[in-house]
Design a binder for this molecule. Structure first.
Ligand code: NAG
Ligand code: NAG
Ligand code: NAG
Length: 487
């Protein structure tokens, strides 16, 4: 039953999306796709690290005087079903906009926030635009004076809305007084639904702003594609294992483990497995993901949509062989080919994989550096703090564009951590308790770097595509040489 529903859903999405896949790049500009909560949750769950900065270095940040932890008040909530009134603290624009020049700058990938909001940069966002997104949304989230209100339009798949909303509530707890009033539509599906082609041309209406926070295939979902282990222990394990396995002792093959039946491109990948006749230097297994640190090269290939395994693969010191993805995650645009990963041509996977492994085996130092750069990226730039900060910044920038003062929709209900957690049971409860923010952050959010100017954005994209093209050229040369050898 679940499978057939998944199938219907996938096909439905596929039908509306497929024709526009070619323009996915521009479409992506019109969509706020962040699998943010996915990541937030993963990280919430997994990076249970707390803020490292100290309060003392930022004397002008006024924390709530109650220095204590923010407790869940389930007794009161269960008594009369109302959210506590003291919590969280109201947005204060003066405080929120204070000069923060002494702060650490957020990672480079935060600059994409401006690109995602670019379609509305000139016009701003009107109430009409937001409401036009309603037909595509699962729910509407309004935040007013630090309180969250939700109107549900349709029930999303599985429990994805829960993880997203829980994340928002935790953000409000982490940064009391810093989340502005806002009004947004949220879709919890896997794939982008706002088609750019509908909104281009001289007389076109502006696209409806639609958030997509949840693409989580893990934790609360019932059919995880892969077996996720908690992130903090995993990262530590990986770090240890990475140290233990010297690069030179790593197996000189490209490894992949996963479920090939979710996407044609994955079934296609299986053709590259070693056989009596051919060795493309690929070793492919049908199986759940599991930690493997001894591999020199690991393949990342998208499934039905984007797959959670990317972070884990990048976190190993192995070189990630990235089969050119169609979808991206909020951080993936910060990755550079040949710097963080090695690009694999999706239309000629086997040859491309073999070339990559041969190249790496004969350029050990460079290959090793790629693996290291990627794992450092995951360890340093995808920390829990940054996931929250990304969320805060995107909401902030979005709210700046709103042309109206949001009001509580008639059918909305107030949402607070109590409303979600007090009655939760089992795994959901456990997940919530582990990921709950217990006190406001003790440090400022990082400051967002400036938007790309058109020419630097252009040259960045150009640099990326040239780097990939160069690899493709090497591959062609290599293939030609091989053919000459054999003839
Ligand atoms: C609900 O109960 C709490 C504590 O028992 C009380 O402070 C609050 O005023 C009550 N709210 C309503 C609407 O009755
Ligand atoms: C755009 O609108 C103008 C004025 O309403 C009209 O004259 C023009 O034909 C329209 N252009 C297109 C491409 O629809
Ligand atoms: C790929 O080849 C290896 C080695 O022969 C084998 O163990 C594995 O089962 C094969 N994988 C698939 C998906 O057939």
């Amino acid at each position: 039953m679940k499978d057939s529903m998944q199938w219907v859903w996938t096909n439905f999405i596929e039908t509306i999306w497929r024709p526009f896949v070619k323009s996915a790049k521009s479409a992506s500009l019109f969509i706020l796709i962040f699998s943010l909560f996915f990541t937030a949750l993963l990280s919430l769950f997994f990076f249970k690290t707390t803020s490292t900065s100290t309060v003392n270095t930022i004397p002008h940040y006024k924390y709530p005087k109650r220095n204590s932890e923010i407790q869940l008040d389930c007794t009161a909530y269960n008594h009369n079903g109302t959210c506590p009134s003291h919590n969280p603290i109201t947005y204060n624009p003066q405080e929120a906009n204070q000069d923060r020049s002494s702060d650490a700058t957020c990672p480079e990938y935060f600059r994409w926030i401006y690109e995602d909001l670019r379609p509305w940069a000139l016009t701003g966002i009107s109430k009409e635009m937001v409401e036009r997104a309603q037909t595509m949304a699962h729910l509407r989230l309004v935040i007013i004076k630090g309180k969250a209100y939700v109107e549900t339009y349709k029930k999303p798949f599985q429990t994805r809305d829960i993880s997203s909303l829980w994340g928002i509530l935790q953000l409000l707890r982490r940064y009391p007084g810093r989340v502005p009033d806002l009004d947004l539509m949220l879709n919890c599906g896997d794939r982008p639904t706002v088609e750019s082609s509908k909104y281009s041309g001289s007389n076109a209406t502006s696209p409806p702003p639609l958030f997509r926070f949840c693409k989580d295939d893990n934790t609360l979902d019932i059919v995880p594609e892969i077996n996720i282990k908690p992130w903090v222990p995993l990262l530590k394990e990986l770090e240890k294992a990475n140290k233990k396995t010297k690069w030179l002792n790593r197996a000189p093959y490209a490894y992949w483990k996963g479920n090939p039946y979710v996407a044609d491109t994955r079934k296609d990948l299986l053709k590259c497995n070693v056989s009596d006749k051919q060795d493309w230097k690929a070793r492919l297994y049908i199986q759940d993901w599991e930690q493997e640190s001894k591999k020199g090269y690991k393949i990342y290939i998208e499934g039905a949509a984007w797959s959670v395994s990317e972070k884990y693969i990048l976190a190993c010191d192995a070189v990630t062989l990235l089969v050119k993805p169609r979808y991206y995650d909020f951080f993936t645009r910060g990755l550079l080919p040949r710097h963080h990963y090695w690009p694999i041509n999706p239309d000629d996977k086997c040859r491309s994989i073999k070339f990559a492994v041969d190249w790496g085996n004969s350029h050990q130092k460079e290959a090793q550096k790629i693996g290291k750069t990627a794992s450092e990226f995951i360890q340093n730039e995808l920390k829990m703090e940054y996931v929250y900060d990304y969320m805060l910044h995107i909401l902030n920038e979005y709210a700046k564009l709103l042309q109206y003062q949001p009001t509580i929709p008639e059918k909305a209900t107030e949402l607070c951590s109590e409303a979600m957690a007090c009655s939760a049971i089992g795994l959901t409860k456990k997940f919530m308790m582990e990921s709950m923010v217990k006190a406001p952050a003790k440090s400022w959010p990082c400051s967002i770097p400036p938007a790309y100017d058109p020419s630097s954005l252009y040259s960045l994209l150009k640099r990326k595509s040239n780097s990939i093209k160069e690899v493709e050229m090497w591959e062609r040369k290599f293939t030609k040489n091989q053919e000459n050898k054999h003839s």
